[in-house]
Each structure stands twice: as C-alpha cells, then as structure tokens.
Design a protein around this ligand. Structure first.
Ligand SMILES: Nc1ncnc2c1ncn2[C@@H]1O[C@H](COP(=O)(O)OP(=O)(O)OP(=O)(O)O)[C@@H](O)[C@H]1O
Length: 257
C-alpha cells in the first residue's frame, strides 16, 4: 500500500462533489456521486470499463455539464462559471489525457512550449525555456527535447503528456487511465512519477483507472465506482479487505484475468 502522505491538508477541500447525476438518453451513468478531494491528496477512482470514470473527470474539468448536483472546484461552482471564468479555472486543473494528446508534427520542446505561448503570451523566451527544462527534468526526459512524438515509446509519450500538463503549474491533476496500454515495468515507473509529481509540485489529484496496481501505488484514498455510485471509499486495504461481493468481484477480475 502507498505510504502515508504527510502533506495532505485535511482542512482544505479542493474539489467537493454532491449528488452528481449524468445521463446520456436512457444511459444513466452517474447516479448520485459524492466526493471530496483534499489539498495534497491523491484519490483513485476505480471502476470497470464504462462505469463513468471519464465522464466524472470531464464534468470536473468543465468539459461536460451535469444533469443535477454540485461540483465545486477550488471554491468555484463549475456549472455556474462564465466561459472566461471557466478558462481561468481550467488553467489550474490539469487534464492528462489517456493517449498524451501530443501534436505529432511538433518536437517535444514545441509541444511543451505550446500551452505556454497560448496561455501566457507575455512570458519571455528564457522563462519559457526554464519551465520546459523543469518539467522535462521532473519526468526524467530532458534528452528528448528535440525528438518527435513518433520517436518516443508509449511510456515516454505518457511522461511528456504529464510534463505538458504540469507546465502550466496546475493545482489539481486529473489523470485519465495513466497506465493503460503500458507494460508492467513502465506502469510502475508511471505510478512512481505520479507520486513524485504530487510531492514536488504539491498537486492534488484524481486518478482514474481500472488498474489495481496503479490504485494501490498512487491512491491515498480509493473510491470504487459501480452502477453510477461510489460503493466504497477508503485506503486500499480498507477497500479490499472487504467481504463485499461487488468489491471481491472487482479484485478477482483484476488479478485473475
Ligand atoms: N459524450 C457522450 N455521449 C454519449 N454517451 C457518452 C458520452 N460520453 C460517455 N458516454 C457513455 O457514458 C458511459 C461511461 O463512459 P466513460 O467513458 O465515462 O467510462 P469509463 O468508466 O471511463 O470507461 P473506460 O474505462 O472504458 O474508459 C458509457 O456508456 C459511454 O458510452
């Protein structure tokens, strides 16, 4: 299990969700979700494919609108924000997409510079280069600055995707399936990186996954999503020491298949 994280501030919630509902036509995806993320905490949202994990983080990032319920992020009610306010908030909420979402025609350095030139146009070139240096160092890939994304391995692309999110210095990181499609050793490296980012950049994170090894390594808390609701929350041992049939089923599914 992940060692105790001393830096969590239990007095400050950075995300607070109450009574969240979201359907697509007849497909009722989220049916009364409550969740609190504290400053400095990593929460893993665990659930099988199609349970609504991505929908949840897209609502948090203001990319989708809920049908009912409240989503408070860094003190602001996301659904009430005007588009300029939402843009401001999104700079503080970094979204790490499943496939890294890098631009194939740009070098790694250009991919990293892009969010800065777009969102902080007044920034001096040296400052931009310094920021790029810092995030590349943080993900351990300084040597790739002039490479094209096609020349990188899957794991390296994920790292650069994380660096590109970090470059705007977000307070919250949302990781969408960070270990999907990676071999077990690379998964461990990504899990370690997520924990290093938490420590070094003082971020609070929601990590969505169906990878129990990732959940165990990165989650200060695990929240298991099933049938549109969280059926269990707690640290890894609290969740998985349970005799609850739904939890056992999920555990067995991960380790047997
Ligand atoms: N924009 C959309 N329009 C219609 N249905 C959607 C939309 N986005 C998601 N859904 C549906 O919502 C459900 C949950 O999708 P979601 O992508 O959140 O699952 P997930 O838990 O992240 O799964 P996975 O682990 O496979 O990524 C699915 O049934 C999906 O088809």
């Amino acid at each position: 299990m992940k060692p105790f994280t001393p830096d969590i501030d239990w007095n400050e919630k950075v995300i607070s969700i109450r009574g969240l509902y979201k359907s697509f036509g007849e497909n009722r995806v989220l049916q009364g979700v409550d969740l609190d993320l504290y400053k400095g905490e990593n929460i893993v949202v665990l659930g099988r494919s199609g349970t609504g994990k991505s929908v949840l983080i897209k609502i948090i990032a203001g990319l989708l609108k809920q049908d009912a319920g409240t989503v408070n992020v860094l003190g602001q009610e996301v659904s009430q924000l005007k588009s300029a306010e939402l843009r401001e908030l999104r700079l503080k909420v970094g979204f790490c997409f499943q496939h890294g979402a890098l631009y194939d025609s740009m070098t790694v350095g250009e991919n990293l510079a892009f969010p800065l030139t777009r969102n902080e146009p007044g920034m001096k070139r040296e400052q931009r280069e310094k920021r790029i240096e810092i995030v590349l160092d943080a993900v351990g890939l300084s040597q790739t600055i002039d490479q094209m994304p096609a020349e990188l391995s899957g794991g390296q692309r994920k790292r650069i995707g994380i660096a590109r999110t970090l470059i705007l210095r977000p307070e919250i990181m949302l990781y969408d399936e960070p270990t999907a499609g990676l071999d077990p050793i690379t998964c461990i490296e990504i899990n370690n990186l997520i924990n290093e980012v938490q420590k070094r950049f003082k971020t609070s994170s929601i990590i969505i996954t169906h990878d129990l090894t990732c959940a165990k390594a990165t989650g200060d808390k695990i929240a298991v999503l099933k049938d549109g609701q969280f059926i269990k929350k707690g640290n890894f041992d609290e969740v998985f020491e349970s005799d609850d049939e739904l939890i056992r089923e999920f555990y067995d599914y991960n380790f047997i298949q």
